[in-house]
Design a protein around this ligand. Structure first.
Ligand code: ATP
Ligand code: MG
Length: 204
């Protein structure tokens, strides 16, 4: 049975924080592959201000292409409709039968689980992996995760990965303020951003 990790995000832009947690989970859970899924228009972020799906998808491709077990899916960006994580997970389950799926999130994202569409359905079918995120130190995290897992009758693992205090928001702000982004994200992505003049003040 194959084991897949699903890593969803806006990836606007993708950075080393995303890549290091994906690689750590791949190793810790002995997964076969990690599938990065850039979101289309996520329900909790307005489409205004979000970089086009095309650029976010391309940056995710560039960031992951040197890793033999990282893949990128265009499932959520293919259609214009709002995509919900549950639909994405079900799509992968249908596409790869006889496989086990793990959904990877940072601790900030997993604690919003109750606001997602059908959390019970998600946890019934998929195992969640919550990775510590610096800057989001949460008191009694283990209790909170256990409470969520009990409420929705599923499994949530808490994982520690090397902590990188990097966020896409900070990278976007740095670019628009002319501050450096080097060493926060892969060089290919940095060059792609420069070439396409993404996140410049005049454009936002
Ligand atoms: P933004 O600032 O635009 O929200 P972000 O850096 O939070 O961007 P997302 O695309 O929103 O990136 O995050 C995708 C997933 O990666 C989420 O589950 C988030 O918790 C996780 N994540 C992002 N950055 C880190 C990090 N530095 N360490 C651990 N997890 C992270
Ligand atoms: Mg975020």
């Amino acid at each position: 049975m194959k084991k897949y990790g699903i890593m969803g995000g806006t990836f606007d832009p993708i950075h080393f924080g995303h890549l290091v947690i994906a690689n750590e989970v791949l190793n810790l859970f002995d997964l076969d592959r990690i599938i990065f899924v850039p979101t289309g228009t996520p329900p909790h972020k307005t489409s205004k201000g979000l970089t086009t799906s095309y650029h976010r998808y391309m940056m995710t491709q560039f960031a992951t292409m040197t890793h033999p077990f990282f893949d990128v899916s265009d499932f959520e960006i293919r259609n214009d409709e709002i995509s919900y994580t549950i639909d994405t997970l079900q799509h992968f389950r249908d596409s790869y039968p006889n496989s086990k799926f793990y959904f990877i999130t940072g601790t900030d994202a997993v604690l919003e689980l109750s606001t997602w569409k059908d959390p019970e359905g998600m946890l019934k079918i998929f195992t969640f992996i919550a990775v510590n995120r610096p800057g989001y130190v949460i008191e009694n995290l283990d209790d909170k995760l256990r409470e969520l897992a009990d409420r929705y009758n599923g499994e949530i693992y808490a994982v520690n990965a090397p902590q990188l205090q990097i966020s896409s928001t900070d990278i976007r702000n740095r670019i628009s303020n002319g501050r450096p982004i080097k060493y926060l994200l892969p060089e290919t992505v940095e060059l792609y951003i420069l070439k396409n003049r993404l996140y410049q003040k005049s454009e936002r």
